[in-house]
Design a protein around this ligand. Structure first.
Ligand code: ADE
Length: 234
């Protein structure tokens, strides 16, 4: 059965979806409120995970175990690492990795979780394509691209750190949950996609830009999610 788990780290990233859905129940687990119901007749569970990779990982596991979701979507905002991605644009994950995992001393690649054999968690191609089509429909004036999400428990706001994330990981955007959502989805054999609207440039201007553009960016990402999930029904 199709049931889509939709995760946003902050209330701002899920509030519109919660408002528009028909809620059947609210279950609280690990301090997170899981809103189960339908969004345009599509079964969904919408949840604010809280910020950071631990919250995101726990949230995915609860979606898998308790709600038995069939797909996972992570919606929200991110800092741009790619000169082609401006504030307001949207990035759809092709893959995601942990930029703060470092066991290179033992011969692993930067970002590789030891003993997994790879470092990039690949998004589901059908979900990627549906997200792109939905974006062109609901946000026709917004530029959208596929790319790499790099995640860590850090807000990126310096040119030097940004350049390191580009050089080591070829990241297109930086945020704080996506790789954990991807990792958790992978471990539970669930297809996933991450959709992030750009709120800042992850450099010295981020501190100023982020609060200014966060709300509009979060809204755009959520609007896209609402449109794309219709395509996941059988
Ligand atoms: N989310 C939005 N902007 C971000 C940034 N610059 N770093 C980490 N997470 C973010």
């Amino acid at each position: 059965m199709t049931k889509i788990g939709i995760i946003g780290a902050m209330e701002l990233e899920v509030e519109q979806l919660k408002k528009e859905m028909a809620v059947k129940s609210v279950v609280t687990k690990a301090g997170m409120d899981f809103f189960e119901g339908t969004l345009d007749d599509v079964p969904v569970v919408v949840v604010r995970s809280g910020i950071g990779k631990v919250n995101a990982a726990l949230c995915v596991q609860i979606l898998a175990d308790v709600f038995q979701v069939s797909h996972v979507i992570n919606t929200g905002v991110a800092g741009s690492l790619n000169a082609k991605l401006d504030i307001g644009d949207i990035l759809i994950s092709r893959d995601a990795l942990h930029h703060d995992m470092d066991t290179t001393i033992f011969g692993y690649q930067p970002g590789e979780v030891p003993q997994m054999g790879f470092r990039e968690f690949r998004a589901d191609e059908r979900m990627m394509e549906l997200a792109r089509e939905a974006c062109e429909k609901v946000n026709p004036d917004i530029r959208v691209m596929f790319g790499r999400v790099v995640s860590g428990d850090q807000f990126i706001s310096s040119k030097e750190v940004k350049e390191r994330l580009i050089a080591l990981f070829q990241g297109d955007c930086a945020e704080m949950e996506g790789a954990s959502v991807a990792h958790g989805a992978y471990l539970n054999s669930l297809p996933f996609v991450i959709i992030r609207a750009i709120s800042d440039k992850a450099d010295d201007s981020a501190e100023m830009d982020y609060p200014t553009f966060e709300a509009a960016a979060a809204k755009h990402s959520a609007a896209l999610v609402k449109e794309m999930i219709k395509g996941l029904l059988p």
